[in-house]
Design a binder for this molecule. Structure first.
Ligand SMILES: CC(C)(COP(=O)(O)OP(=O)(O)OC[C@H]1O[C@@H](n2cnc3c(N)ncnc32)[C@H](O)[C@@H]1OP(=O)(O)O)[C@@H](O)C(=O)NCCC(=O)NCCS
Length: 164
């Protein structure tokens, strides 16, 4: 753990993402996914009319406000979609992914969303575990959809849940 996380139990606040957050989000995206979305790509997504996003900043760090995680989503005509979600490895499995997803689910419902979809690589145990626990069920499989870091192909699971 870095000095930023010296406090015994990091606490986080979840707030709507702003343009200023794009760089930190891009950095964390690059740390957690094989292909980093750069600042411009994140900013362009955030600027779209139907997109919304949340970031989790540590509130009790000594030096800075480290970014613990983020979620980007959109809602169009009743259908919501998670575009990406990630949590820093340093604070993984502490409930932050759950909280970020709950924020996105709540916001999507408030915007009139009736159902939410997402795509996840088959074998991503952490993400699939989180989504199942949130009530998402697999509704389709797309074989050989992703190319993994070692050049192999992996299937994508399409998952959905009601927002009612
Ligand atoms: C997926 C991810 C966002 C989960 O975030 P997290 O903050 O670590 O998850 P949480 O602590 O909120 O976990 C909530 C629940 O999800 C499930 N879960 C989380 N990590 C898990 C793991 N490694 N194995 C199995 N289940 C897991 C559990 O049910 C967990 O509840 P529990 O801890 O009470 O058992 C995080 O692992 C991550 O950023 N992964 C890399 C990026 C990624 O794959 N994003 C998803 C792309 S589709």
């Amino acid at each position: 753990m870095s000095d930023d996380y010296l406090s015994l139990k990091p606490t986080f606040e979840i707030v709507a993402m702003k343009a200023d957050d794009c760089h930190a989000v891009s950095e964390l995206h690059g740390a957690r996914f094989a292909r980093r979305w750069n600042d411009g790509e994140i900013h362009s997504l955030l600027s779209q009319e139907n997109t919304f996003a949340f970031v989790a900043y540590q509130t009790n760090a000594f030096f800075r406000r480290p970014l613990g995680g983020f979620v980007l989503a959109r809602e169009v005509a009743g259908e919501a979609e998670i575009l990406t979600v990630a949590v820093s490895e340093k604070v993984g499995r502490t409930g932050l992914g759950w909280r970020l997803m709950q924020s996105a689910i709540r916001e999507a419902a408030e915007r009139g969303g009736e159902t939410m979809f997402l795509e996840v690589e088959d074998g991503n145990v952490a993400a699939i575990g989180l989504y199942r626990r949130l009530g998402f069920l697999t509704v389709a499989t797309r074989p050989a959809y992703y190319e993994t870091a070692d050049g192999k192909k992996a299937a994508a699971l399409v998952m959905r849940r009601d927002l009612g």
